[in-house]
Design a protein around this ligand. Structure first.
Ligand code: HEC
Length: 143
């Protein structure tokens, strides 16, 4: 952790130099995606009353943020990892899906804050539809 932060600081000082390598682009966006997966898992636990209800909105907002971060993360046109080249061939569709996820997750957070967990529960499946994008654009078929 300390070393990672130290190197992050080094890179920050050099922010206008050439962006990272192709491998960096893949590693970076996978960190963003894993964050999304972890937050979805945490929210799932909350909805099953295995985690604190107070955090439901936080998890939904964090998912929205990961979708915003992903928009930038995929600008580097680097197939690899589990990502298919179709992402960049169908860029408007791909970015629209990320925008829909981001807006939807923000709405979920607002619903949780205003109306509580069961109101959020009723909407969660339609908003957090991860599978259709994975089926279209990744090697993660069916999940
Ligand atoms: C707009 C399309 C899109 C949507 C919507 C989407 N994903 Fe993904 N996801 C991807 C792509 C593309 C990858 C592959 C990235 C790579 O390997 O470079 C991925 C990969 C992942 C990974 C694997 C990360 C790793 O490297 O181990 C997880 C976990 C994940 N997504 C979770 C989610 C969850 C949870 C949701 C729904 C809340 C979601 N995704 C919605 C496009 C999407």
């Amino acid at each position: 952790m300390g070393a990672a932060l130290a190197s992050a600081a080094l890179f920050a000082a050099d922010a206008r130099a050439a962006p990272g390598t192709d491998a960096d682009a893949v590693t970076y966006r996978r960190h963003v995606m894993k964050t999304r997966g972890e937050q979805a898992a945490a929210l799932g636990m909350v909805l099953q009353q295995k985690g604190p209800a107070e955090n439901a909105a936080i998890h939904a907002r964090t998912i929205a943020l990961t979708a915003k971060a992903a928009l930038k993360a995929f600008e580097a046109q680097v197939p690899g990892g589990e990502a298919k080249a179709e992402i960049w061939r169908n860029w408007p569709d791909f970015t629209k899906r990320l925008k829909t996820l981001s807006d939807g997750a923000d709405d979920l957070a607002a619903i949780a804050e205003r109306e509580g967990l069961s109101a959020m529960q009723a909407k969660v499946m339609s908003v957090l539809s991860c599978k259709s994008c994975h089926d279209a654009y990744t090697l993660r078929q069916g999940r």
